[in-house]
Design a binder for this molecule. Structure first.
Ligand SMILES: Cc1ncc(C[n+]2csc(CCOP(=O)(O)OP(=O)(O)O)c2C)c(N)n1
Ligand SMILES: [Mg+2]
Length: 393
C-alpha cells in the first residue's frame, strides 16, 4: 500500500480542454538528502473560492516515486488482463475499464492514511488494486469465481476491500453514501476523510447537490472528486452540462481543478484536501481532468462519438504512465532498464493472479441465497422472480 507515503507533486491544464498539456515540471536530484524535488508551474492548480493553493515545490523519496510507478503499471496490467479475459468470454456482463485514468486511483491512495475511506462508481478495478485487494481477488470476481472478493456473485461493479466501499452500479448513488461515510468519520471523531468519486455524467444529478449541501452544512470531512473523462457513455460533457467547470459546481464549497493525468498532481491535491477536511474546514470539490482510452464499457468500441485521432492524441501526449516514467528518468530516480524490469515483474504478478483466478471454481448454486442479509435474522424466505423460485431457509 502506498497510503503511508508523504510526498507530492502536480501540474495542470486548462479546464475541460482536450488539448495536450506540456509538462511544466522540472525534476532535480538532490544528492544531499537523496530526495527528488519537483518544481512545478505556479498555475498548476486552479482554485474556486480558494484563498490558498498547495505549494508548487515538492519533494519525493525515490522509493515512494518508484512505488507510484509500480502501482500505475499494476492497475494498467490488471485492466489488460480483464480486457483479454472479457474478449475470451471468461468475463460476462458489464465491465468498465479505467485504462488511461490510472493516475487517479494511484495518486489518491498514495496520499491517504489507513483510516480513510474511498467510494466510487462501477469503474472500480483500479481502486481495488490501490486499496490493497490482491489482484487474484479482483480477477476471480470478474470471472464469477468463488475466490473473488464478493465470492464471485458481484462481478465488475461490486468490488470491495478494507475501507473501500465499492464499486457502485447506479450512477451517482455513491455520492450520498460518501457523505454518509464522512458523517461517520466525524461522528466517531476518527480524524479520517472519505474520498467520494463520481463521473462528469453523474455530476448533474440532484442527489449530488443534496450531498454537497449536507456536507457543507455540517462541514463533513469529505473530498468530492469528479473524474471528468469528458464523456458519460457516448455523451460529451459539453452536451450534458451547462457548466462543465465541475470544480466550481459545489456552490459555496471551495474547489480545485487538477490535472488527473499527472499522478503527482492528484497526490498533492488529495494530500492538501485531506489536511483541509480533517482540520474541520469541511468538504472540497476536486475536478480531475482525465481521459479513458477504451469505450464506456466492453460493449462500446468508443469510436462513434469521438474520433480515433482524439484517443490517439491523448495516448501520445498525456499518458500518465509515460509521463511519470520520463520524470523518473529525467530526475535520475531510475533508468529505463530499471523501469522495464519493474514492468516485467508486474506482468509476472498479474499473469500469476490471472492463472490462479481461472483455476478458482464457480460458486455453488446454493450460495446464491447466502449473503443477501448480513446473517440469518428471522427472514423466513427469499422471493424469486416467480413463486416457484422462492427460497426457504
Ligand atoms: C441512475 C442511472 N442512470 C443511468 C445509468 C446508465 N449509465 C451507466 S454509466 C452512465 C454514464 C455515466 O458517466 P460518468 O458519470 O461520466 O462516468 P464514466 O462512465 O465516464 O466514468 C450511464 C448513463 C445508470 N447506471 N444509473
Ligand atoms: Mg465520464
Amino acid at each position: 500500500m502506498l497510503r503511508s507515503f508523504a510526498s507530492l507533486g502536480r501540474q495542470i491544464r486548462p479546464a475541460n480542454s482536450l488539448a495536450s498539456f506540456a509538462r511544466a515540471a522540472r525534476n532535480y536530484s538532490s544528492p544531499a538528502d537523496s530526495k527528488v524535488t519537483f518544481e512545478l508551474d505556479s498555475s498548476t492548480f486552479v482554485g474556486h473560492l480558494m484563498e490558498e493553493l498547495p505549494s508548487t515545490k515538492i519533494e519525493l523519496e525515490p522509493k515512494a516515486a518508484i512505488d507510484i510507478y509500480r502501482e500505475m503499471q499494476g492497475v494498467r496490467r490488471l485492466e489488460m488482463a480483464a480486457d483479454a479475459a472479457y474478449k475470451s468470454k471468461l468475463i460476462r456482463g458489464f465491465c468498465h475499464l479505467c485504462t488511461g485514468q490510472e493516475a487517479i486511483p494511484v495518486g489518491i491512495c498514495s496520499a491517504l492514511s489507513e483510516s480513510d475511506t474511498v467510494i466510487t462508481s462501477y469503474r472500480c478495478h483500479g481502486f481495488t488494486y490501490t486499496m490493497g485487494l490482491p489482484p487474484v481477488k479482483t480477477l476471480s470476481e470478474l470471472m464469477g469465481r468463488k475466490g473473488g472478493c464478493s465470492k464471485g456473485k458481484g462481478g465488475s461493479m461490486h468490488m470491495y476491500a478494507k475501507n473501500f466501499y465499492g464499486g457502485n452500479g447506479i450512477v451517482g448513488a455513491q455520492v450520498p453514501l460518501g457523505a454518509g461515510l464522512a458523517l461517520a468519520h466525524k461522528y466517531l471523531d476518527e480524524k479520517a476523510v472519505n474520498v467520494c468519486l463520481y463521473g462528469d455524467g453523474a455530476a448533474n444529478q440532484g442527489q449530488v447537490f443534496e450531498s454537497f449541501n449536507m456536507a457543507k452544512l455540517w462541514d463533513l470531512p469529505v473530498i468530492f472528486v469528479c473524474e471528468n473523462n469528458k464523456y458519460g457513455m457516448g455523451t460529451s460533457a459539453s452536451r450534458a452540462a451547462a457548466n462543465t467547470a465541475y470544480y466550481t459546481r459545489g456552490d459555496s464549497i471551495p474547489g480545485i481543478l487538477v490535472n488527473g493525468m499527472d499522478v503527482l498532481a492528484v497526490r498533492e491535491a488529495i494530500k492538501f484536501s485531506r489536511e483541509w477536511a480533517i482540520s474541520g474546514k469541511g468538504p472540497l470539490v476536486l475536478e480531475m481532468s482525465t481521459y479513458r482510452y477504451g469505450g464506456h464499457s466492453m460493449s462500446d468500441p468508443g469510436t462513434t462519438y469521438r474520433t480515433r485521432e482524439e484517443v490517439q492524441h491523448m495516448r501520445s501526449t498525456s499518458d500518465p504512465i509515460t509521463g511519470f516514467k520520463s520524470r523518473l528518468i529525467e530526475g535520475g530516480v531510475a533508468t529505463e532498464e530499471e523501469l522495464k524490469a519493474i514492468d516485467k515483474e508486474i506482468k509476472k504478478i498479474i499473469d500469476a493472479a490471472n492463472a490462479e483466478a481461472k483455476a478458482s471454481p464457480e460458486p455453488d448454486t446454493a450460495s446464491l441465497f447466502e449473503d443477501v442479509y448480513q446473517s440469518y435474522n428471522g427472514v423466513p424466505n427469499l422471493r424469486g422472480r416467480v413463486v416457484s423460485e422462492t427460497h426457504y431457509f
